[in-house]
Design a binder for this molecule. Structure first.
Ligand SMILES: NC(=O)c1ccc[n+]([C@@H]2O[C@H](COP(=O)([O-])OP(=O)(O)OC[C@H]3O[C@@H](n4cnc5c(N)ncnc54)[C@H](OP(=O)(O)O)[C@@H]3O)[C@@H](O)[C@H]2O)c1
Length: 248
């Protein structure tokens, strides 16, 4: 897919993976619509992209809220009239032992990681249909394939997301819209209960993480060459073996 002039929506653009995806897409000439809640982070990213000659807009949205997603959709429709690429890079990770999980934790995990993808993908569908060739790409996890202890809400959300994306990939396989789940191993971002600094310490002790800059370039290269499968897995070395032993 030629990325020059394409309209790309990056939900979760203020996060570690979304930020680098936005930069990589802009570098290839896509106009990036940066979505998240943290205005300062998104505005700084927009400036950075524009200083490098790229094009970006910021839209603040709580993707857990249906009205907020409807507002975002209207704004994109008015500005661009179509969408070529939707990246779902939003997400949270609730890592707690089963007795400690509140029903609020559970609902929050599901609404941010699963409902938001359903809402965004469905509401943007008429704009994706206007593209010659469109992609909806969601950030899944190895934990949506291999369950680990102490993270049941997160695992459940990523199994559900994977089911949603793989079902849509089949439903739309004869159309020009591709649905892709990226099944990722650990990435060096501030995601989940550990801070970035704590992860850097763990990395020094031997834990393997994917570098978000490398990851974003890798994904965008695959997008450019149309080599993304409905499920595309990208893991650091030994990630799956460690997950199976409950060590991630
Ligand atoms: N890092 C990893 O090891 C890893 C591994 C596998 C899969 N993943 C998945 O990759 C995705 C991105 O992870 P990351 O590492 O980039 O995490 P991150 O740095 O914590 O970023 C999370 C993003 O989600 C957004 N977000 C959270 N709740 C939101 C809400 N209610 N409304 C709008 N945006 C919301 C945040 O934006 P605001 O705070 O600005 O709203 C932020 O941009 C997640 O789905 C995660 O499950 C991550």
């Amino acid at each position: 897919m030629e990325l020059q002039g394409k309209i790309a929506v990056v939900a979760g653009a203020s996060g570690g993976i979304g930020r680098e995806l936005s930069r990589a897409l802009a570098k290839q000439g896509a106009h990036v619509f940066l979505v998240g809640r943290r205005e300062e982070v998104l505005e700084a990213l927009k400036r950075d992209i524009e200083e490098k000659g790229g094009k970006a807009n910021v839209y603040l949205a709580d993707l857990a809220n249906e009205e907020s997603v409807s507002g975002l959709t209207k704004s994109i429709e008015q500005k661009f009239g179509r969408v070529d690429i939707l990246f779902n890079a939003q997400g949270i990770g609730i890592y707690k032992k089963f007795p400690d999980i509140t029903f609020e934790d559970w609902k929050r995990q599901m609404v941010v990681n699963v409902d938001s993808v359903f809402l965004l993908s469905q509401k943007l569908l008429p704009l994706l249909e206007k593209s010659d060739k469109a992609y909806v790409i969601s950030m899944g996890s190895g934990m949506g394939k291999v369950a680990v202890p102490g993270r049941s809400p997160y695992c459940a959300s990523k199994f559900a997301l994977r089911g949603l994306m793989l079902s849509l990939a089949k439903e739309y396989r004869k159309t020009h819209i591709r649905f892709v789940i990226l099944t990722l191993g650990s990435v060096l971002t501030a995601f989940g209960p550990l801070s970035l600094e704590e992860k850097i310490e763990k990395q020094k002790e031997g834990k393997r993480y994917l570098d978000p800059v490398w990851l974003a370039e890798h994904i965008v290269t695959k997008l450019k060459h149309d080599t993304l499968f409905p499920e595309t897995s990208i893991y650091p070395k030994h990630y799956l073996e460690e997950s199976r032993r409950g060590k991630t």
